[in-house]
Design a protein around this ligand. Structure first.
Ligand code: RIB
Length: 633
């Protein structure tokens, strides 16, 4: 088959086919070009010139033209070098700095050295025409085919800007600033597109272009004065400068301002909080460029078949959360304990005087209060934590877990003088556990801290409390809740007695079987104990019964619910998962029966995983059981 045959099949002249093959097709209509390329592909036609070129490579050398010494380009270069080495090619690197003159000169130099192909990395300028070596361009935007007939591997920076903006818009942010490098107009385009799709427009003042100095001296202040709730940065360097400025202003990230970087960087995991970023897969891009070049050089594919678009993603870390004013009326405040859990797997729970061995010990963030906050955050509840940590590494791990689960941490205090609370948890093979607690910083969560953050209770719908903190603090918080019309959900634990006056202000009382027996001792049934609690003023009693489900009693219902059917690995956090999901379901306006079903499935999923916070299910995970939840009650 030759060029004339292709022309005949397409109903065009041979010169038209030739022009398309050599990318000299600016005067040819898009439809004709498309048709010709389709026929070429269908018949797998390889032009004669390529057949001649398909002899074995001459030198096994690849020339690479790079420009800026930025982090992203470096990642492409590492990937190119590694991929080339795997395929038996070595690399000559030329720093063309994006200048046309240098690009032309280096291309000549590389050809003289006899390279088999040239990869140009993020160069805005075209490669010179008439190069004999095969060519591949790595581009950060989609461009017309190369005049010189090479292949393109490209991602779209515009898409990265769109993804960053869309991610924030989906979380509920509407006032989003951009701190961009001068050359990043593509990011702005994507940003504007994400707004346009929602039929809203950002203010001009929210977008700032400049170099590092402009951004530090003018950009940040300009954007932040606009009362934005989130900022998109061109890269981690700018993000880091912003982190510093926000800290100086006393603005917490992401509670006050969410931050996302358009380009990712290894350092994004080393900053605090870890920075969420659009993921541009450098390794994949570098490898794709080498693959394409080698295919062309070794005559297996013509260049026009090697063009490839690389898809981007988001690396979710801890610097983005919903804006504080989102979804008013859904607010849940947790006032409670935070511990580092030392989970000890044992063959059985030891009894008095007994020693057992453990083959597996692991430390994980926990504490009933923090667990409930994390559980509610994972389920996309609007949740705030008031609690106390030691200023130590355990405290930081727990704080990170809260932030990365979407919990607002304005009310969390790091105490310089005490250690973070700890829990030593024995877990038996049937998933049952026992816990010993060292209160640490939790003991210092007192009424003055609740008073300090009491504005967090304003407009809250629910407050979650446990008795792992001082009863006096609980009592004070309940009083505040009553004044502010906030419904109280309380789980008793580690207490044998509760102050009588507390009961009348509890809207939802959620003990387990053991706890209710401790609080209401005597030879009465579960139903009778629940009745006694109602007579003390509690509005709704839900007694959790482990694998037997739970029992609800209030003025309207008296009902047993089965447990959601899951195989238990670790039941330690089941009640926390239950309570957090219950609160989220209520906060979304659901009735109590639906909320019990939602909570039962959240608890069910949690017992199939080890630990407490890592075991909490997220919204997508729970959505898998939506049908069962709907039919639960
Ligand atoms: O409910 C489980 C929790 O109880 C554990 O995370 C532990 O820290 C204790 O607070």
């Amino acid at each position: 088959m030759n060029i004339k045959d292709i022309a005949k099949l397409c109903g065009v002249s041979p010169s038209t086919v030739s022009k398309i093959l050599h990318n000299k097709d600016s005067d040819i209509s898009v439809e004709t070009r498309k048709k010709v390329l389709e026929i070429i592909k269908e018949y797998q036609y390889v032009p004669y010139s390529k057949v001649i070129n398909s002899a074995a490579p001459k030198t096994n050398m690849i020339g690479v033209l790079a420009s800026e010494n930025d982090y992203e380009v470096q990642q492409f270069l590492y990937a190119i070098e590694e991929a080339a080495a795997r395929k038996g090619y070595s690399v000559i690197l030329c720093n063309a700095k994006g200048e046309k003159e240098k690009i032309d000169k280096y291309c000549r130099v590389l050809e003289n050295k006899g390279v088999d192909g040239i990869i140009s990395v993020c160069q805005k300028e075209e490669l010179p025409e008439g190069l004999k070596a095969a060519q591949v361009r790595i581009l950060d935007e989609k461009k017309e085919n190369q005049k010189s007939g090479g292949a393109d591997i490209y991602f779209e920076l515009q898409e990265a800007g769109y993804m960053a903006a869309n991610y924030l818009l989906e979380k509920g942010h509407r006032k989003i600033a951009c701190l961009l490098r001068k050359e990043d107009a593509n990011i702005e385009e994507g940003f504007l597109l994400a707004y346009k799709e929602r039929f809203i427009s950002p203010e001009k003042e929210w977008i700032f272009f400049g170099n590092d100095e402009d951004i530090v001296n003018i950009g940040i202040a300009k954007c932040l004065n606009q009362d934005v709730t989130a900022v998109i940065c061109s890269d981690l360097e700018i993000g880091n400068i912003l982190y510093g400025k926000l800290r100086e202003r006393g603005d917490t990230i992401p509670n006050k301002i969410s931050v996302i970087s358009v380009r990712d960087h290894a350092m994004a995991e080393k900053v605090y909080p870890q920075m969420t970023a659009v993921h541009i897969p450098a390794r994949e891009i570098g490898e794709a460029a080498v693959d394409a070049l080698v295919e062309i050089v070794e005559g297996r594919k013509p260049a026009y078949e090697c063009r490839k678009k690389i898809e981007l993603g988001i690396n979710e870390r801890g610097s983005v959360m919903k804006p504080a004013n989102h979804d008013q009326g859904r607010k849940i405040v947790v006032v409670g304990s935070m511990n580092m859990d030392c989970m000890i797997n044992v063959s059985h729970i030891p009894t008095g005087g007994e020693t057992v061995r453990s083959g597996n010990i692991v430390s994980l963030p926990g504490g009933k209060g923090a667990n409930q906050a994390v559980g509610a955050g994972r389920l996309e509840g609007l949740v705030y934590m008031i609690g106390r940590l030691g200023n130590d590494s355990d405290g930081k791990v727990i704080y990170n877990s809260l932030v990365s689960s979407g919990v607002h941490t304005d009310g969390v205090v790091f105490d310089e003088n005490v250690l973070t609370g700890k829990a030593y948890i024995n877990v038996a093979p049937d998933g049952e556990s026992t816990i010993v607690i060292y209160g640490g910083a939790n003991e210092k969560l007192d009424r003055s801290q609740v008073k300090q953050f009491e504005q967090l209770l304003d407009e809250a719908a629910y407050c979650l409390l446990t008795l792992e903190i001082a009863e006096e603090t609980v009592e004070y918080t309940i009083q505040k809740c009553k004044k502010k019309n906030v419904e109280v959900i309380l789980k008793p634990s580690s207490v044998e007695k509760m102050k009588e006056s507390l009961f009348e202000n509890i809207d939802y009382f959620i003990p387990n079987e053991k706890e209710v027996k401790q609080l209401i001792p005597g030879d009465t049934s579960i139903e009778e104990k629940a009745e006694i609690l109602l007579s003390k003023g509690v509005k709704n009693v839900i007694i959790t019964l482990g694998h037997k489900g739970c029992y609800l009693k209030n003025a309207r219902y008296e009902k047993y619910f089965p447990a959601a059917d899951f195989y238990p690995l670790d039941t330690t956090g089941a009640a926390d998962a239950f309570i957090s999901a219950f609160a989220v379901a209520l906060s979304e306006g659901n009735d109590i029966l639906y909320a019990v079903g939602f909570a039962s499935y959240a608890a069910g999923v949690s017992i199939t995983r080890q630990g407490v916070q890592p075991a909490m299910v997220d919204r997508k995970g729970l959505a898998l059981y939506q049908e069962e939840i709907n039919g639960f009650a």
